[in-house]
Design a protein around this ligand. Structure first.
Ligand code: SAM
Length: 273
């Protein structure tokens, strides 16, 4: 919910938009009375708020740009792993693209309720696949939802890897790595503390404490070299990894509002089969 609130706040307080996502506001309508998009808006100019918001919109924009490149190369299946309140399926303009959202059964139920309350219909192109990455295989969940395992697919996996066990992470990455040539995944991951400077370490500790209090502690960290090994092990042939500076260079240049990624703990990556 907090991720979605930041995407929604971006629509309302920032300009120019890095992620043009009017549905982010619409899908939260049922929650506005009880929780704080207002709060998010009030704090919007606060440095910490800006840092989180830029990261949330930057990573979604990055994955969606990579998806579009995969689509231009013929990929017609998009799997959103740990989709949460992601709204890409509602604003997708890519003809013939089939979208599969994967998440905990309870999270999906909650999302569908929010959509219904907000009067947002589930588009034909979207299928829900309820899967717990720790206890169920992605293969089964996707097959039940009508995914074609013989055809290439693009996967996004944003804001999830840091919450998994290494076994759960590897099972899912292995499934993606085993897909047809042309498949790819965009994901984000968190560097281990020992690779961070003091200020970044303190910032990561504060964030870790907050997500732990929300019942979802960070459990998994990778250095870039370790993530490269994970990619190679399951059959990816090339990959890229972007830190804050590279993401800012792509998406946050020439702004007057100072919106940009700060801190060095996060990486965005794409790996291709
Ligand atoms: C921080 S949210 C990110 C949501 C979305 N990707 C976005 O960017 O808005 C993490 C999502 O991963 C899902 N998730 C975490 N662990 C999971 C697991 N073991 N199995 C399935 N989904 C999981 C959560 O339910 C949540 O929707």
């Amino acid at each position: 919910m907090r991720v979605a609130m930041r995407r929604a706040a971006h629509q309302l307080v920032d300009g120019p938009l890095v992620l043009n996502d009017p549905w982010a506001v619409k899908i939260l309508e049922p929650l506005l009375a009880v929780d704080g998009l207002n709060y998010e808006q009030k704090r919007a100019r606060h440095a910490v708020s800006k840092a989180f918001r830029s990261y949330m919109v930057g990573r979604s924009r990055y994955a969606e740009d990579e998806l579009k490149l995969a689509y231009e190369n013929g990929v017609r299946q998009y799997v959103v792993l740990g989709a949460g309140l992601d709204t890409f399926a509602l604003r997708c303009g890519l003809d013939g693209l089939r979208i599969f959202e994967v998440d905990f059964p309870a999270t999906q139920e909650w999302k569908r309720e929010l959509m219904e309350e907000a009067g947002v219909a589930v588009p034909e192109r979207l299928k829900f696949a309820a899967v717990d990455f720790e206890h169920q295989t992605l293969a089964d969940g996707l097959e039940r939802a009508g995914f074609d395992a013989e055809e290439p697919a693009f996967f996004s996996w944003l804001g999830v890897t840091m919450y998994l066990t290494v076994e759960g992470f590897r099972a899912t990455l292995g499934f993606i790595g085993g897909r047809a040539k042309g498949s790819a995944v965009s994901l984000d991951f968190t560097l281990p503390k020992n690779l961070l400077g003091l200020v970044e370490r303190v910032a990561l500790d504060r964030l870790a404490k907050r997500v732990e209090q929300a019942g979802e502690p960070f459990t998994l960290f990778f250095s870039e070299a370790e993530m490269a090994e994970e990619f190679a092990r399951v059959g990816f042939t090339r990959w890229e990894m972007l830190g804050a500076e590279a993401v800012n260079g792509r998406y946050f240049q020439n702004r007057t509002d100072g919106l940009k990624l700060v801190g060095g703990a996060a990486r965005l990556a794409t790996a291709w089969r």
